[in-house]
Ligand binder design. Structure first.
Ligand SMILES: [Zn+2]
Length: 290
């Protein structure tokens, strides 16, 4: 497994992907990615009761918490994405921030969780002061892991970030966008601080979701979390306004079709036009949960 991944990195370094939840992140550097490769969560012991959950010694209680939440999180992702996981996603839970940073591919403890090389890493903060976020962040990261499991990390990069993050925030009931409300996001869109709606991803975006206009007088984490919240509202609108269309789009995405094609398959429309409808209609309606 490790050899296969390492060869893939050498052959196609652009195929590396890290996705973060809930805060502005640095662009991953190759040394952090290599560190992530050599610290894949499956190198750590697994719970005897759940082989999907691996833990750094000292984090066994944290791992049991994660295992208890896992069945519901998996069921939620499978229900919204519309099909089972291609294979189980390995989850690593850590006792120390340093060990998390070594494994998460970006060398940072700013995000509380991330998904890289198809595995999920969770920061010990989620077992301490931010334990209340654990269920949602776990579900958020499993949304990313589910898509990576079906289409691979290379094609995953080329899905637009607003879609990947909006979906993960929606599926998880708000995970990663807890600190910006729907009302704040609605007002920001109306001020022109709206997410840039594109239909491809790629390395130029990597993790962040660009905004048409940056909010002023806000802390550094704010634009990313605002963008996650706006993306959640738009993805939620797509699902609520046309459920069968959303299911067709998800099916096409998980079959590996390019995002623009998947949107057309689902909605017989393009994503810019759907965004205009969202701003014209969806922003006035109920935003739904999450
Ligand atoms: Zn994410």
């Amino acid at each position: 497994m490790r050899r296969r991944i390492f060869l893939a990195v050498v052959g196609a370094p652009l195929a590396l992907i890290a996705t973060g939840a809930g805060a502005a992140l640095a662009v991953p550097k190759s040394r952090h990615l290599i560190s992530g490769l050599w610290n894949l969560p499956d190198r750590m012991p697994a719970l005897s009761s759940d082989s999907q959950v691996h833990y750094q010694p000292g984090a066994e209680d944290f791992a049991r918490d994660v295992a208890a939440l896992l069945p519901d999180a998996i069921a939620r992702v499978e229900a919204v994405h519309g099909r089972p996981f291609a294979h189980p996603v390995i989850i690593g839970v850590y006792a120390t921030p340093d060990a998390f940073a070594a494994a998460n591919g970006i060398g940072s403890t700013v995000p509380v969780g991330d998904t890289i090389f198809g595995g999920v890493n969770l920061l010990p903060k989620l077992f301490g002061p931010q334990h209340w976020r654990l269920r949602a962040i776990l579900t958020h990261e499993l949304s990313h892991g589910h898509i990576q499991g079906w289409i691979g990390e290379y094609d995953y990069i080329y899905l637009p970030n607003w879609f990947k993050e909006g979906l993960a925030v929606m599926v998880s009931g708000g995970g990663g966008a807890e600190f910006v409300s729907d009302d704040e996001a609605r007002a920001a869109i109306q001020r022109g601080e709206a997410i840039v709606i594109n239909d491809t991803g790629g390395l130029s975006q990597w993790i962040d979701i660009p905004l048409e206009k940056e909010p002023e007088h806000r802390p550094p984490w704010y634009p990313t979390v605002l963008a996650y919240r706006e993306a959640r509202m738009f993805v939620n609108y797509l699902r609520e306004s046309d459920g069968p269309g959303f299911d067709r789009m998800m099916n096409a995405i998980l079959d590996g079709r390019p995002f623009a094609e998947a949107v057309t398959a689902g909605y017989h429309d393009d994503v810019r036009s759907l965004w205009e409808k969202f701003v014209g209609q969806g922003l006035r309606g109920p935003a739904g949960s999450g």
